[in-house]
Design a protein around this ligand. Structure first.
Ligand code: NAD
Length: 287
């Protein structure tokens, strides 16, 4: 299948990433079906898309007609079966291996033979997901960044069995969305999280060991390295549970102690201090 032939796109999961992915595909003229398991999460996802598009219209960055076209281009659903006629499906369900394996197995059974199955996973092996299907050559990582409508990068992850044609197709599609694709191979954390998460983890060690206070650590990286956010602020934005999961994937995947998650990170997750989404992480957030 060629990139120009892709018209119908399925998105699995309407959470933080899934609703953004649905928005950018619909905004680029694709017919999107957005599937959730949870009715409330689906409604929240659709409300987020509407809010983002309204804001773009208010700022004069989007014509009202384009907003209506994007909204009309998204068909919400609570059934995976509604993806049977899609040319491409991007899975953005929770970062849990059994959930993703089950979704890929079901998609493989119900989607057309030519359809490409992509995952937005941050850290799970694309090779493992592909190996559970009868079309591993058409299984690929399409790793968007948060917030999806704003961030320019798509990390396109080549599993051990992903074909050249699938890699080329997904890179062209990312360009049609106005993004910059970068091809990477399927190693734990790919490039983005392998470089980012140990930096965040090291910042948490600095805090735990009393090298400096939270604001000082963030200021060093903000002003000294020109990062838009300090690492502790960024960890709060990403979610400390997600940071811990990714560090565990790196630690297990490489068997190298340099990736051991900081004990303070463990402790905060156990305490339910997950960052912005729980109202408290390294900083406190009003509700
Ligand atoms: P989230 O928890 O906000 O959303 C996940 C959604 O998937 C939930 O609404 C849940 O109800 C739904 N879901 C769970 N099982 C499902 C199923 N079987 N079918 C359909 N929907 C299902 O999570 P998120 O932050 O959007 O992350 C989604 C994926 O994107 C993960 O793989 C994550 O690693 C990856 N990712 C996240 C970020 C980020 O910054 N949050 C960045 C890049 C990649």
């Amino acid at each position: 299948m060629e990139a120009e032939e892709i018209r119908k796109v399925g998105v699995v999961g309407a959470g933080t990433m899934g609703n953004g992915i649905a928005q950018v595909f619909a905004g680029a003229g694709f017919a999107v079906t957005l599937v959730e398991v949870d009715r409330a999460a689906l409604d929240r996802g659709l409300a987020t898309i509407r809010r983002n598009l309204d804001r773009a219209v208010d700022k004069g960055r989007l014509e009202p007609a384009a907003r209506e076209a994007a909204l009309a281009g998204i068909a919400p659903s609570l059934s995976l079966e509604d993806l049977s006629r899609c040319d491409l499906v991007v899975e953005a369900a929770v970062e849990q291996l059994p959930v993703k394996i089950d979704v890929f197995r079901r998609l493989d059974a119900l989607c057309r033979h030519e359809a490409v199955l992509a995952s937005n996973t941050s850290s799970i092996s694309v090779t493992t997901l592909g190996a559970g299907t009868r079309r591993p050559g058409q299984v690929v990582g399409m790793h968007f960044f948060n917030p999806v409508p704003v961030m320019a990068l798509v990390e396109v992850v080549r599993g051990e069995l992903t074909s050249d044609a699938t890699m080329g197709l997904v890179q062209q599609l990312a360009e049609r969305l106005g993004k910059t694709p970068v091809a990477v191979n399927d190693y734990p954390g790919f490039v983005s999280n392998r470089v980012l998460m140990p930096m965040i983890n090291e910042a948490i060690y600095c805090l735990m060991e009393g090298v400096a206070q939270r604001e000082a650590i963030d200021t060093v990286m903000h002003l000294g390295m020109n990062h838009p956010l300090g690492p502790l602020q960024l960890a709060d934005l990403i979610g400390l549970d997600v940071c811990l999961q990714v560090m565990e994937v790196l630690h297990r995947g490489f068997g190298d102690s340099k990736y051991r998650p900081c004990p303070l990170l463990h402790r905060m997750v156990e305490a339910g201090h997950l960052g912005r989404k729980s109202g408290r992480g390294f900083y406190e957030y009003g509700t």
